[in-house]
Design a protein around this ligand. Structure first.
Ligand code: NAP
Length: 315
């Protein structure tokens, strides 16, 4: 069996096109585009890239996207004050604070900042209130990466209800919300983590296997039931030739590219899984592009939600 490739890049492009008239309609009705405020503290190189991509995608789709920079030396009070200002801004419907925050802000700072974002503007869905609403199956704004995976599964016609799903990873931003979304769609869900014994055996029970760990090639063929759908969330940058060679056979295009460049991006899923799974998301080009698209969709949803709430309040 050679797995069908679930093309997240193509779906993201389609969804961006679908969104454009909705954004234009919002702008026409309200005299302003839906607005997103992004707070970036410091100059983490990966965060700079992520934020640049978010600004570009949002602007191209017709949103107003404001990047609010704070210096590496900013205090927690500075960050909270910036979030508070965006909470009160009429022009901003969504707020995103780019993670990770500088370590100097201390343990717990990130969640404190996320929790300060007004729930109706929490387009990343990371606040305690957003997470709690999701657990109770009253989702408001849902974390973008798991929401994008559900969108992909549904649009690809992959049945969720009644199936066994295994999620590897229990982070607040991917693993847990992913498990909740699958559960609320009537899958029977198991969540695995670094202390799960017999990981491969547990994973082999899955009809839908989601890997969100951050370890290149962890999920080998032994983890996958024949015919399972495998979703690879991770983005791992490989610079070690030994790891690259363990993933791709000699002469493989990706290995040649690695040798030329000195690095490559891979997921948690070993390429050999394509011989066992029925469908598989590639890395890159799978889950990643959907995450930014879902951010835009959440911003549009937040904008529509805020303004309709205001109309109701005025009645
Ligand atoms: P994280 O917070 O580091 O969580 C990783 C999870 O994997 C933890 O729950 C950890 O278990 C578990 N784990 C670690 N080693 C394991 C092992 N050997 N066996 C089983 N479980 C193991 O990471 P995250 O933020 O959820 O992100 C996961 C991956 O997704 C990363 O590669 C990240 O770059 C990627 N990501 C991609 C997108 C996207 O848009 N595509 C978005 C977000 C994240 P413990 O809890 O026991 O430590």
């Amino acid at each position: 069996m050679t797995a069908r490739i679930l093309d997240g890049q193509a779906l993201a492009a389609k969804m961006q096109e679908e969104m454009k008239p909705l954004v234009a309609s919002f702008t026409g009705r309200h005299g302003r585009p839906p607005g997103l405020g992004i707070v970036l503290v410091g100059h983490d190189p990966a965060s700079e890239v992520y934020v640049r991509n978010k600004v570009k995608a949002g602007t191209e789709a017709g949103f107003r996207v404001d990047l609010e920079r704070l210096p590496e030396s900013a205090s927690l009070a500075d960050v909270l004050a910036r979030v508070d200002r965006l909470n009160r801004s009429d022009a901003h419907d969504g707020i995103l604070v780019q993670s990770p925050l500088p370590k100097a802000l201390g343990k717990g700072a990130e969640q404190r900042v996320f929790d300060t974002i007004a729930a109706e503007k929490d387009v990343d869905g990371f606040s305690a209130e957003s997470a709690g609403l999701l657990v109770q199956n009253r989702p408001q704004l849902v974390a973008c990466t798991p929401a994008g995976i559900i969108e992909l599964l549904e649009r690809e016609g992959i049945q969720i209800a009644g199936r066994r799903a295994v999620v590897i990873g229990r982070s607040d931003i991917v693993g847990k919300p992913m498990a909740m979304l699958l559960l609320h769609r009537d899958a029977t869900v198991t969540i695995c983590h670094s202390r799960t014994p017999n990981l491969a055996d547990v994973c082999r029970e899955a009809d839908i296997l989601v890997a969100a760990v951050g370890r290149a090639g962890l999920v080998t063929r032994e983890f996958v039931k024949p015919g399972a759908v495998v979703i690879d969330v991770a983005i791992n940058r490989v610079t070690d030739a030994g790891i690259a060679e363990s993933l791709f056979p000699p002469g493989h295009r990706r290995l040649e590219q690695f040798r030329a460049k000195g690095s490559m991006l891979v997921g948690d899923v070993h390429p050999g899984v394509a011989d066992v799974a029925s469908a598989l998301t590639p890395v890159p080009g799978g889950v990643g592009p959907l995450t930014i698209t879902m951010l835009m969709r959440n911003t549009l949803k937040a904008a529509e939600g805020r303004l309709s709430a205001r109309v109701e309040a005025d009645l």
